[in-house]
Design a protein around this ligand. Structure first.
Ligand code: NAG
Ligand code: NAG
Ligand code: NAG
Ligand code: NAG
Length: 463
């Protein structure tokens, strides 16, 4: 009787894995058999997914038991079920070698949401030629998926909008990456249903509309990247609720308004990129409270403000980029306290005054761009500093900036004049340039010869 019951299983085992059939006792065979097999419906779902994605193999023939350790392929990971002692698919990885690559007709397989044990999905460079959408199985009663990571990167064939359906039934999702595709439409407010989300990356798509305020309910977010889309409107002030956020990248959109004051509550922030938008107005004063901030990248916004002094109070700052931002005022002397600064980009603004002497003390700096401003006076760097930065120091396009003749030989690449010694005899360089400023701190354009005449006259008077 026992033998009869076991016969179909034995037959399966024989056809599936002939080299594994042993002559040991029946009990051992049963054990072996259960550990190697998958639930038949899960297996069928897996085959459907494989066939939709890849034509590398005849999956059903070449991998009759795809989870079995000795015959499984690199793109799959399986685990033994705790309660049913079947093997279950927990990870699928497609698109980059050594994993299976996708066929040109590959389309997005909604069945991935039906694999009851699947935790991670990686589809890189998978949907390229054939247009496909992020479809979700219709069944509204389907059980929640245990998926923790859904990473779809570099899939230009992925078009259409992000369906709000995507977010239901994924209570465990921690990482959602849909970057470098052609997704359009708005970010659905239902995204707030992803209660476990830690990383959200929707960068390099064609998303439009506002940043939904509901996004600010994802309190566990550590990384948020919405860069390179076409998002409009202002950033919700409630973004300050994301107290665990370390990386905020909203660069290259059409965002307007001022940088929300809520940002000053995000005490975990280490990286902020808001460059290439239409932000304007003052930066929140409380920005100086973000003591962990290492990167502040804000180039190309019509800010039209004075370069904020508070930025000198961010001790961990490594990169400060505020080029092309309509900034006026002087470079604060407090910037010389930013001892970890490696990059300072302030080019294409309307900065006035002289370069703070202390900048030459920044021992980690290797890229300093101050070009195209209205800076004046003598460049205060010693030859060691000039040598170290070499071509990464750009002070060109500041007509009234000049170089100490002693350093002129070391810095032939700097496109500035050598300071005129006959002028410096009258007073030091700084006193030479100070009278040129009006009370508003704007430089009055005076030709060099007029300048010389003024001082020459003064010289005569002294005698
Ligand atoms: C500068 O960076 C180093 C190494 O990353 C770090 O150990 C140090 O604390 C930083 N300095 C400041 C003032 O934050
Ligand atoms: C630069 O560093 C030197 C020595 O570390 C110090 O004496 C000097 O005051 C510093 N200069 C500025 C402007 O911070
Ligand atoms: C400085 O900025 C200007 C203007 O954007 C750019 O043309 C130049 O290449 C930059 N210089 C360096 C050294 O990065
Ligand atoms: C520098 O001073 C000399 C006179 O010593 C004058 O002929 C020349 O025009 C001045 N150059 C500039 C750039 O002011």
């Amino acid at each position: 009787m026992l033998i009869l019951l076991l016969f179909p299983f034995l037959f399966l085992l024989l056809t599936a894995t002939p080299h594994h059939v042993s002559t040991t006792t029946t009990a051992v065979t049963i054990n072996h058999l259960q550990q190697d097999t998958m639930d038949p419906s899960e297996l069928q779902t897996l085959y459907k997914i494989m066939e939709t994605l890849s034509s590398d193999h005849k999956w059903r023939l070449s991998f009759p038991n795809p989870c079995k350790p000795t015959t499984s392929w690199t793109g799959i990971e399986c685990k033994l079920g705790v309660t049913d002692s079947h093997l279950h698919v927990t990870r699928l990885d497609f698109g980059t070698l050594p994993n299976p690559t996708c066929k040109t007709t590959a389309t997005f397989p909604p069945q991935i949401f039906l694999l009851p044990y699947l935790q991670s999905i990686f589809f890189f460079n998978c949907f390229t030629k054939t247009k496909t959408t992020l479809s979700v199985p219709k069944d509204r009663l389907r059980p929640p998926s245990p998926l923790q990571q859904l990473s779809l990167r570099s899939n230009p064939g992925l078009v259409g909008s992000i369906s709000s359906q995507l977010f239901s039934h994924l209570p465990s999702l921690q990482i959602l990456t849909l970057s470098q595709s052609k997704l359009s439409g708005v970010i659905p407010p239902e995204i707030s249903e992803l209660k476990s989300l830690v990383h959200l990356d929707l960068s390099y798509n064609q998303l439009t509309g506002f940043i939904p305020i509901q996004l600010c309910n994802l309190r566990k977010l550590v990384g948020l990247d919405l860069s390179y889309n076409s998002l409009t409107g202002s950033v919700p002030n409630t973004i300050g609720q994301l107290g665990m956020l370390q990386k905020l990248d909203l660069s290259s959109n059409f965002l307007t308004g001022s940088v929300p004051t809520g940002i000053q509550k995000m005490s975990s922030l280490a990286f902020i990129a808001l460059n290439n938008n239409r932000f304007n107005g003052k930066l929140p004063v409380g920005l100086a409270n973000l003591k962990g901030l290492e990167y502040l990248i804000m180039d190309n916004n019509p800010m039209s403000i004075q370069l904020p002094l508070e930025l000198g109070q961010l001790p961990k700052l490594q990169e400060l980029r505020l080029a092309n931002s309509g900034l006026s005022g002087e470079i604060p002397a407090t910037f010389s306290q930013l001892s970890n600064l490696t990059t300072l980009s302030l080019q294409n603004n309307r900065l006035t005054g002289s370069i703070p002497v202390g900048l030459g003390n920044l021992s980690h700096i290797y890229h300093l761009n101050l070009s195209n401003n209205w800076l004046t006076g003598e460049i205060p760097f010693d030859s060691g500093f000039l040598k170290r930065l070499g071509k990464n120091l750009d002070v060109s396009g500041n007509r009234q900036l000049c170089l100490n003749p002693l350093q002129a030989y070391d810095s032939v690449t700097l496109e500035v004049d050598v300071c005129n010694r006959s002028n410096t005899r009258v007073g030091n360089i700084n006193s030479r340039v100070k009278p040129l400023k009006t009370s508003e701190g704007r430089v009055v354009e005076i030709s060099q010869s007029t300048l010389f005449f003024v001082f020459f006259g003064f010289h005569l008077y002294l005698y």
